[in-house]
Design a protein around this ligand. Structure first.
Ligand SMILES: [Zn+2]
Length: 286
C-alpha cells in the first residue's frame, strides 16, 4: 500500500509538472566573447554572432529543438537572425534550417556541395526552406560589424566543409572538421578523407593565435595548442594506417594492431570508436 501511494504521488507530481508547462531547456549557452555565444544541445555546436542590427547563426541542430534554440537566442539578444551559415550538410547541423527561415526569414549560406547533402537528409522536395539560398566555391566574406569570413576546405569531414573565421572577435567555428576530445567522424561516402581533415585543421591553425577560441562541431572549445595536439594524434594514426596499408595488410589486421591505442580510452565515444575511425582512415587513404 505504501508503495502504491508513493507511486500515485510520483504520478501526480509528474502530471502536475507537465500541466504547469515545466520544461527544462535542452540548450546550454556560453558567452565566448562580447559578441559571440556558443549554444550546445543535441547535434552540432551553434555559434550566435551578435551585430549592431541583426544576428548571424552558425548551424541549426534539429528542428525538434528549435523552440529551445530560439528561446536561448532570445536571451542573448532580441534582434532577429538575418543570416544562417551551414558548416556542412549533415542533418544534425541543418535540420533546423527551415525553422530559422520560417521564424526569421533568414538567408542560409553554405558551400555549393552542401546543397546536395541537405537535400539527401532533409528530403527537401517537401521542404524547400531547408536549402541554402546562397552558395560559394572557395571562400566568401560578408560584412557585418566585422567581416565574417567563410573558407572551404575540400574533402575533410564531407565534401562541403566550411569554417567561419571572425578575425576581430578572434573566434573560429570549425564545423565538423574538428571533433574535439573524441575521435572524428570522416564521412567517406560523402567525400570526407583523413588527408583533407588534417589539411583543414592545419588551415585553421594558420588563422589562429594563442588566444583564438576554436569552436568544434562536437566537443569543447579548443585553443590553438589543443588543436595542434589533436592534429598530431590524427597524423600519427594516419601514418600508422598508411604504412600498414602500403604493406598490404587487410583492414581487419590493421584494426587489430590498434593504431590509435594511446587515445582509445580517452577518445572512443558512442558514435565513433577506434575501429570505426581506423576504417574511415583506411578507406580514405590512396
Ligand atoms: Zn557532420
Amino acid at each position: 500500500m505504501k508503495f502504491k501511494l508513493l507511486t500515485l504521488a510520483a504520478m501526480l507530481f509528474s502530471t502536475s509538472a507537465f500541466a504547469d508547462g515545466v520544461h527544462s531547456n535542452t540548450i546550454k549557452a556560453t558567452q565566448l566573447t562580447p559578441n559571440v555565444h556558443l549554444l550546445e544541445g543535441q547535434g552540432g555546436n551553434i555559434a550566435v554572432i551578435e551585430n549592431a542590427d541583426a544576428l548571424t547563426v552558425v548551424d541549426t541542430q534539429f528542428a525538434k529543438d528549435f523552440d529551445d534554440i530560439k528561446s536561448a537566442i532570445g536571451k542573448i539578444s532580441p534582434k532577429s537572425v538575418r543570416y544562417v551559415i551551414n558548416t556542412h550538410g549533415h542533418n544534425d547541423h541543418t535540420n533546423g534550417n527551415e525553422a530559422f527561415v520560417n521564424a526569421f526569414n533568414a538567408t542560409i549560406i553554405a558551400h555549393h556541395n552542401t546543397t546536395e547533402l541537405v537535400k539527401a537528409y532533409n528530403q527537401t522536395a517537401a521542404k524547400p526552406n531547408t536549402l541554402p539560398h546562397l552558395t560559394f566555391e572557395k571562400s566568401f566574406t560578408f560584412q557585418q560589424d566585422e567581416p565574417i569570413n567563410l573558407h572551404y576546405f575540400a574533402n575533410a569531414h564531407t565534401n562541403g566543409d566550411v569554417i567561419v573565421h571572425l578575425s576581430k572577435a578572434n573566434v573560429i567555428h570549425a564545423g565538423d572538421i574538428l571533433f574535439f576530445g573524441r575521435f572524428p567522424f570522416i564521412d567517406v561516402k560523402n567525400g570526407g578523407t583523413i588527408d583533407g581533415m588534417i589539411g583543414g585543421l592545419n588551415g585553421i591553425v594558420e588563422l589562429a593565435d594563442e588566444n583564438t577560441k576554436i569552436i568544434a562541431g562536437h566537443g569543447n572549445v579548443a585553443s590553438k595548442a589543443e588543436l595542434q595536439a589533436h592534429i598530431q594524434m590524427l597524423s600519427t594514426i594516419k601514418d600508422r594506417v598508411a604504412t600498414l596499408k602500403k604493406a598490404g595488410k587487410s583492414l581487419a589486421d590493421i584494426q587489430a594492431s590498434h593504431p590509435a591505442k594511446e587515445w582509445e580510452a580517452s577518445h572512443n565515444w558512442n558514435f565513433i570508436n577506434h575501429t570505426k575511425l581506423v576504417e574511415s582512415v583506411y578507406q580514405s587513404l590512396p
